[in-house]
Design a protein around this ligand. Structure first.
Ligand code: AP5
Length: 209
């Protein structure tokens, strides 16, 4: 199955992707993670990319589009988490057969609370929340034992900019995919277990069609 997860920053795209990897063995493609990996490696490109991420802006297409296409390659099943992020990016993959686009809908004030508690593993990219998805041992990744960090772009001023960019560039994709009859909107404001169950149920229904 080939899925696209749409949603504002902090709507739970990464969290739901982890569930889809675990339960349905989909391959996870997250440009956010790929870009952060490039930044960590401190390559020339990585240093250039960091400037955009830290300001909360979209990284230019010349860095992102080919990188994502390369990851997709000839894979049959995957979940795209954070791509496309603009109509321009959607057009870049218009020939790719996508089974469904799931839009995770969460009010902005709920998401703001999620950011303050988010913790991320810099080694294996597992995501946590100190209240909703706490690691077994405080500050340590359950999966690989690495010390958890707070993302630089989770600073309140950067989050504000990320929302601005989301409304201008990414939100129009809801209509774009509705017109193509691929859109499924999910209320993603409840606890992670409930949101995951709703998404898995939706996928089950889609598979039967
Ligand atoms: P990216 O890493 O994709 O960030 P994002 O889209 O802003 O989304 P987040 O990772 O912040 O949130 P999420 O929706 O995955 O939520 P999560 O599951 O973590 O991109 C970062 C940057 O990279 C961009 O700003 C841009 O610069 C660049 N970039 C990326 N893609 C690009 C592209 N295509 N083109 C150009 N540039 C690009 O959840 C958030 C928190 O809430 C976590 O702590 C989690 O544990 C918790 N949580 C999750 N679900 C629930 C729930 N149901 N209840 C309570 N807590 C929950």
């Amino acid at each position: 199955m080939r899925l696209i997860l749409l949603g504002a920053p902090g709507s739970g795209k990464g969290t739901i992707s982890e569930v889809l990897v675990d339960k349905l063995h989909l391959f996870h493609i997250s440009p956010g993670e790929l870009l952060r990996e490039e930044v960590r490696k401190q390559t020339t490109i990585g240093k250039e990319i960091a400037k955009y991420i830290e300001k909360g802006e979209l990284v230019p297409n010349k860095f992102v589009v080919e990188m994502v296409k390369l990851e997709i390659g000839k894979r049959k099943d995957f979940v795209l988490d954070g791509f496309p992020r603009s109509v321009e990016q959607a057009k870049e993959i218009k020939d790719l057969k996508i089974d469904a686009v799931i839009s995770l809908e969460v009010p902005e004030k709920v998401v703001i609370e999620r950011f303050s508690g988010r913790r991320t593993c810099p080694k294996c990219n597992a995501g946590y929340h100190i209240k909703y998805i706490p690691p077994k041992k405080e500050g340590i990744c359950d999966k690989c034992g690495e010390r958890l960090i707070q993302r630089k772009d989770d600073a309140p001023q950067t989050v504000k900019e990320r929302f601005k960019v989301y409304h201008k560039e990414t939100a129009p994709l809801v209509e774009y995919y509705r017109k193509r009859r691929l859109l499924h909107q999910i209320d993603a404001s409840s606890v992670p277990e409930e949101v995951s169950a709703t998404v898995l149920e939706l996928i089950k229904t889609l598979k039967k069609k």
